[in-house]
Design a protein around this ligand. Structure first.
Ligand code: SF4
Length: 385
């Protein structure tokens, strides 16, 4: 387990109430490492060892992979033939394959991608206010945390995604958009301006691969996505939030908290992780995450009919979050066959949001995007089979 799951929470005393499920499988690690999953530093070190190559060679290869999206070493024309031949023998450039692309009436697209062993990963492109797209990417196949509202949870926890499998979701999406624009004769290709780690899986439960993927996606020699445009979402894995804080990641990217309840009794039911780290412990950990002054901590609050949509819930939410520099994303529940909840009435939603606003708690009402193709929040993997 430790080789692929280098970071995991192991309680000193076995927790009788709740434990994180182990993955069913390890990340496949073929003999030839996949260069797409290395940061520029790691690539330089690997090339020095394998080819005695100078530092600038790593810059060249990194750019081929993450800017030009090269599929083969043969495309890397500024490398010598001998180096290319050695790389073919010693390294892999494996990629995800695009299986299906579903389109919703609101312009949202859901990509189903396949790993080398044929597992399905879902990634969603959502049009945003900047006339670009926000990509919601996955970090695991299935998930170890059993949130009751979530379709991904119904898959169980198959495995963590490797770094290259996280990064390649973005590269494949960009290629898809470029192909579409070409086919349609469009003058410009829509840009992916924001990345959110809110697809399948709990990103902080796959900390090492997620951290490395952030380094790759933000690298100026590659995709060069600004860290302020990247958000990692967590259901409340407190030891990982503490590590996030210790490593200063909050100054690089945003951390969103999936809260969804205002009492431990309800959160225990909706998100079993709360039985291990309750609301007070979670908020105490979030308080310690150093963040950029310009950034507010987003709290996601999925509204469920007669579960957490009362006036009393709205007032409790205000009290819980009053001291945070934050905003609340209120998301009326997206019904799907895997969850026993219903969407609240529009009147109830409006009243909830109005109470937060009257109390001065910044909040956005998020309309579900792509729910006609099961691409909305909590619906991923419903048909990933
Ligand atoms: S909501 Fe997120 S953390 Fe919870 S089960 Fe689904 S994917 Fe996992």
């Amino acid at each position: 387990v430790s080789r692929y799951h280098a970071w995991s929470y192991t309680p000193a005393v076995p927790d009788p109430v709740w434990q994180i499920r182990r993955p069913q499988r390890a990340i496949p690690r073929p003999a030839q490492p996949n260069l797409r999953g290395m940061t520029r530093e790691e690539l330089a070190e690997w090339l020095r060892r394998e080819l005695a190559a100078p530092r600038f060679r790593a810059d060249q290869i990194f750019t081929w992979l993450h800017q030009h999206r090269a599929d083969a070493f043969a495309e890397m024309t500024n490398l010598s033939k001998a180096d290319r031949a050695t790389l073919v023998e010693r390294a892999s450039l494996a990629r995800l394959t695009v299986d299906t692309v579903a389109r919703a009436s609101d312009g949202t697209r859901k990509l189903r991608l396949r790993t080398s062993e044929g597992e399905a990963i879902e990634s969603v492109l959502i049009p945003n206010d900047e006339r670009g797209l926000t990509q919601c990417i996955s970090s695991q196949i299935g998930c170890a945390l059993d949130c009751r509202f979530c379709a991904t949870a119904s898959l169980g926890f198959r495995r963590n995604l490797d770094t290259w499998e996280i990064v390649d979701q973005v590269a494949r999406a960009r290629e898809l958009l470029a192909d579409e624009s070409k086919r349609e004769g469009a003058q410009w290709t829509p840009r992916i301006t924001n990345i959110v780690y809110m697809g399948m899986g709990e990103p902080l439960h796959n900390f090492n691969q997620v951290r490395r993927s952030i380094s790759i996606l933000t690298d100026e020699a590659g995709e060069a996505i600004a860290g302020r445009r990247i958000t990692v979402s967590t259901s409340g894995l407190v030891p990982a939030i503490e590590r996030f804080a210790r490593e200063g990641l909050g100054l690089e990217v945003g951390l969103a908290i999936s809260l969804n309840a205002t009492t431990d009794a309800v959160r225990d039911e909706v998100m079993p992780i709360n039985r291990r780290w309750n609301i007070a412990t979670l908020l105490a950990a979030v308080r310690e995450v150093p963040t950029s002054r310009r950034r507010r901590v987003p709290f996601a609050f999925g509204l469920r009919h007669e579960v957490n949509d009362s006036e009393a819930d709205a007032h409790r939410l205000v009290r819980l979050l009053r001291e945070f520099r934050c905003h609340v994303n209120v998301i009326p529940f997206n019904p799907h066959p895997h969850a026993p909840y219903q969407r609240p009435s529009d009147r109830r939603v409006e009243a909830f949001v109005a109470t937060l606003r009257r109390a001065g708690l910044p909040c956005w009402l998020r309309t579900p995007r792509g729910d006609d193709i099961q691409a909305a929040c909590g619906q991923l993997a419903a048909d990933a089979g």
